[in-house]
Design a protein around this ligand. Sequence first.
Ligand SMILES: NC(=O)c1ccc[n+]([C@@H]2O[C@H](COP(=O)([O-])OP(=O)(O)OC[C@H]3O[C@@H](n4cnc5c(N)ncnc54)[C@H](O)[C@@H]3O)[C@@H](O)[C@H]2O)c1
Length: 379
Amino acid sequence: MAKKLNIGIIGYGFMGRTHSNAYCKAPHFFDLPYEPVLKLACGLEEDKAKAFAERWGYQSYTTDWHKVIEDDKIDVVDICVPNNLHAEIALAAAKAGKAICCEKPLALNTTQAQKMVEAVEKAGVPNLVSFNYRRVPAVTLAKQLIDEGRLGKIFHYRANFLQDWTISSQVPQGGMATWRLDVKAAGSGVTGDLLAHCIDTAMWHNGPITSVCAMTETFIKERRHAETGKLEPVGIDDACTFFCHFDNGSLGNFESTRYARGHKALYTFEINGEHASIAWDLHDLHRLSYFDHRDDSIVRGWRSVHVTDGDMPYMDKWWVPGLQIGYEHTFVHQVADFLENMAAGKPTSPTFREALATQSVCDAVLTSANNKKWETVKY
Ligand SMILES: NC(=O)c1ccc[n+]([C@@H]2O[C@H](COP(=O)([O-])OP(=O)(O)OC[C@H]3O[C@@H](n4cnc5c(N)ncnc54)[C@H](O)[C@@H]3O)[C@@H](O)[C@H]2O)c1
């Protein structure tokens, strides 16, 4: 029988749901060394915390996150709250010797993130940051193809993350979900929220980013704050575009905005190498586009690989070839990898240290946009 592992989750919103769903599903599909037990759920409002605990099967609930840390029975603290709370909770959880799964971005800035890395490394606790897109099977397959050298020398990496949900000036800042528009809660706008995903995947695929040149824009300068009811200045970046150099000599081109009418969550990347290219699109996440110049010219062209066969990443755990999986499964894979590595005493990527590197790039991007100059990334 697998040993029980008690989960304390902080945050019952969007990510609280995806993570809870993953803890429930993972043992049904993966042979895990631990059985996750949904022990304690925490969130700001008591009636919602209670309803969340009942719906997902948590044994109890609280509105005070300190109770999750102080509870000796909790083994894993799962942080699914706005970005400004990540550091304080993670520092306390590390001190209490808990394993930590923290949502992205790791922190508000590199200074905070550095302290979090020091805390988990000093305490020697398992730690993971939830850059879940790495665990889309097609994105993991892209990594495999790059590592096998199929693309040859890489010249270009370009990624976009486009949304359109903040175009109306009536969308408030602050409050549930819209805390993303309040710089005090979010730290930054699309840079930390969306580009952080693209940067994490890009550096996993293509190595470190060394320097960046960015521009940002805040299209709507004032929004009503959901908590104060007052019209307040907007401090986040609504859109960000940056160019970069990778350590391997390739060039990067990244764009994110919440003002691209018609796009809900269009995360795409394309990688161009000497021999082959790869492209991926979140709206069609179970497919990987691949072009190989070494094919005979009469059949050469972009292939759309349906990533569902059992020899493709994670897919032997799901249905039969031809039947695809989706967004929620990235979190199931994350839980499975975290628990397997924890039992084996191995780190799970991306660790806090790896997420610190992403934070460093985000900070360099924002500095570059402010200074209107190229910025070297300080790791
Ligand atoms: N990996 C991804 O793709 C992804 C997607 C969305 C959000 N996120 C990240 O997940 C985190 C949470 O985002 P979300 O979309 O779930 O937000 P949300 O607004 O849906 O939920 C936030 C939760 O935090 C709780 N909370 C706020 N302050 C609290 C406090 N002081 N004590 C206890 N609980 C508190 C709220 O009650 C709520 O349950 C953020 O860091 C965000 O960047 C990651």
